[in-house]
Design a protein. Structure first.
Length: 202
């Protein structure tokens, strides 16, 4: 009996360590998800570490087991929020319609991280800005693959112009206090992209 117990201990310890690592990873993801929503909704400066941890359902003290500082949290949150999705590779027209919609404008916390985080990032750490740079490059590449045209330079130009217009339109539509003007910004940006022919799927 004693020998069986001794043999089983390494497995038990290994299993416990594995569960611990998996739980740590899951907790980190919960923190990043909560931070991403709060930062998109309210900006970086208006959100405290305590608020992030509370939204994640964890104590403030657990924060430093995952992140070195709030700046570290911001940089890792930007990276996490900008993980590529499959939304662009599907129906580009549907993606444009959803992006330039009042619903997206009115739900910043769950909306596009670029539109929600880009403006305040100019005041953040080099690591956070590098994360946004990487995310922007990836988005440009995905849009370049989705728009029509045989010329690679032309496709990239259309992707950059369209994405800049889309993000800018959402930022402006959220900023103004005139609902009619806000709706017009979204609608006219959508029409402008269609007019350029940048939204045609190959």
């Amino acid at each position: 009996m004693m020998s069986i117990m001794k043999l089983s201990m390494p497995f038990q310890e290994f299993f416990a360590m594995k569960v611990s690592r998996e739980q740590m990873s899951a907790n980190r993801t919960r923190i990043l998800d909560a931070a991403s929503m709060l930062f998109r909704d309210r900006g970086f400066d208006a959100v405290t570490v305590s608020e992030v941890m509370k939204a994640a359902g964890m104590t403030h003290g657990a924060f430093y087991g995952h992140f070195a500082s709030k700046d570290d949290l911001i940089a890792q949150t930007v990276t996490h929020a900008l993980i590529p999705s499959d939304s662009v590779s599907g129906d580009l027209q549907a993606y444009l319609n959803a992006y330039l919609s009042p619903h997206h404008r009115d739900h910043a916390a769950t909306g596009c991280p670029t539109a929600g985080l880009a403006s305040p990032l100019r005041h953040q750490s080099p690591e956070a800005r590098a994360a946004m740079t990487s995310g922007l490059r990836s988005q440009i590449d995905r849009l370049s693959d989705a728009v029509s045209g045989a010329d690679a330079d032309g496709k990239r130009r259309a992707a950059i112009g369209s994405w800049a217009a889309m993000v800018g339109a959402v930022i402006l539509a959220r900023a103004v206090d005139d609902p009619a003007l806000s709706d017009e910004v979204l609608a006219e940006t959508r029409a402008w992209i269609d007019q350029l022919g940048a939204a045609s799927v190959e």
